[in-house]
Write a protein that binds this ligand. Structure first.
Ligand code: NAD
Ligand code: UDP
Length: 348
């Protein structure tokens, strides 16, 4: 029995491979490497002390997927593969709908053909749009998304719901991630954004390591404690663990369709300035910042009620903001140029 991990060479996927291996699960990675490199898999392989089975391919490539499903006995899929840059999705919506939605349709089609009926899907808190209150519960309205990336996630959620309605033996779990940050404690794998980072944590890390001069804080006039945006940052290692818990649940007789969508966050709201302070403490470096205009499409506050995941999956986050900053800093300072530089494993 094997799990297919689409997008497994990426940031969250690579961390999840470690959690799966620790749980004794067997997997094969399927990735087209459009936003990652095989270097991440090499490093995971060192951490878990095991070779990783890797099949290069695109989720939109039906024949390639058929080959992979024919080669392995795949019991379930964790579907990370997708494009995730919000700004790019506004500029190139078709690219996002094609890659994310069409890629998922082709994957689901091949899964049906090979009678593989279990999937764990990477969704996002972005499906809630601008929530009327916080903390956000799973039954809050979804769909009022503010960009094509978020809409692609919402569409895939709807597609999965419809498949479950059409086939009661099909099981889907939707994990709505809040803001994944941090890195594996080894400091050898982490988030490696292309070009200028869009997200807060990689930007702060690059300022601290001296690659960028200062952080632009997008808005100081929100209705929050210090006027800056509040988010629910979740350590990627905790997030990885949520996937193991999701697989345990989907493979148990406790699985119920009515309990199959989960918020994955800490439940703690942290402002941009809170994060700057925590990062300065963890790294011992100054993070100069300037408060600038709000970023279009941003919301004031977003944090999760994750009690359903605790109750049903037995999952909850255990790592603090301090852990997230310490681990991000270890990754960033050991690998200022991400995966493009080779890493000396003798140093760990
Ligand atoms: P990532 O870009 O690091 O990983 C995605 C991986 O998918 C990459 O290795 C990429 O090469 C691969 N990929 C993309 N399109 C593909 C395709 N058509 N066929 C095969 N492989 C393809 O991103 P991540 O941060 O690890 O995110 C993983 C998933 O979680 C994504 O679906 C993302 O939308 C979702 N998510 C991420 C965040 C976040 O902030 N990182 C938040 C919420 C949801
Ligand atoms: N943010 C910021 N400067 C940056 C990047 C982000 O002030 O360079 C803020 C952003 O306005 C939001 C928070 O940090 O309040 C988290 O942003 P991110 O893009 O990481 O996540 P998202 O907005 O998608 O939740």
């Amino acid at each position: 029995m094997k799990f297919l991990i689409t997008g497994g060479a990426g940031y969250i996927g690579s961390h999840t491979l470690i959690a799966l291996s620790e749980a004794g699960y067997d997997f094969v990675v399927y990735d087209n490497l459009c936003n990652s490199s095989q270097e991440s898999l090499k490093r995971v392989s060192k951490i878990i002390n095991k070779d990783i089975e890797f099949e290069e391919g695109d989720t939109r490539d039906k024949e390639r997927l058929q080959e992979v499903f024919a080669k392995y006995d795949i019991n379930a899929v964790i579907h990370f593969a997708g494009l995730k840059a919000v700004g790019e999705s506004v500029e190139q919506p078709l690219k996002y709908y094609d890659n994310n939605v069409n890629g998922t349709l082709v994957l689901l089609d091949v899964m049906q053909e090979f009678k593989c009926k279990k999937i764990v899907f990477s969704s996002s808190a972005t499906v809630y749009g601008d929530p009327s209150s916080t903390p956000i519960e799973e039954n809050f309205p979804v769909g009022a998304t503010t960009n094509p990336y978020g809409t692609s996630k919402y569409m895939i959620e709807r597609i999965l719901e419809d498949i479950v309605i059409s086939d009661s033996s099909f099981q889907a779990i939707i994990l709505r991630y809040f803001n994944p940050v941090g890195a594996h404690e080894s400091g050898t794998i982490g988030e490696d954004p292309n070009g200028i980072p869009n997200n807060l944590m990689p930007f702060i890390s690059q300022v601290a390591v001296g690659k960028r001069e200062f952080l632009s804080v997008f808005g100081g006039d929100y209705d929050t404690e210090d006027g800056t945006g509040v988010r629910d940052y979740i350590h990627v290692v905790d997030l990885a663990d949520a996937h193991v818990k999701a697989l345990n649940y989907i493979n148990s007789n406790k699985y119920e369709t009515k309990n199959s969508t989960f918020n994955i966050g800490t439940g703690i709201g942290c402002s941009v300035l809170d994060m700057v302070k925590a990062f300065e403490k963890a790294s011992g470096k100054k993070v100069p910042y300037k408060i600038v205009q709000r970023r279009a499409g941003d919301i004031a506050k977003c944090f999760a009620d994750s009690s359903l995941a605790k109750e049903v999956l037995g999952w909850s986050a255990s790592k603090t903001i301090e852990d997230m900053c310490i681990d991000s800093w270890r990754w960033q300072s050991n690998n200022p140029d991400g995966y493009s530089q080779s890493f000396n494993f003798k140093n760990i």
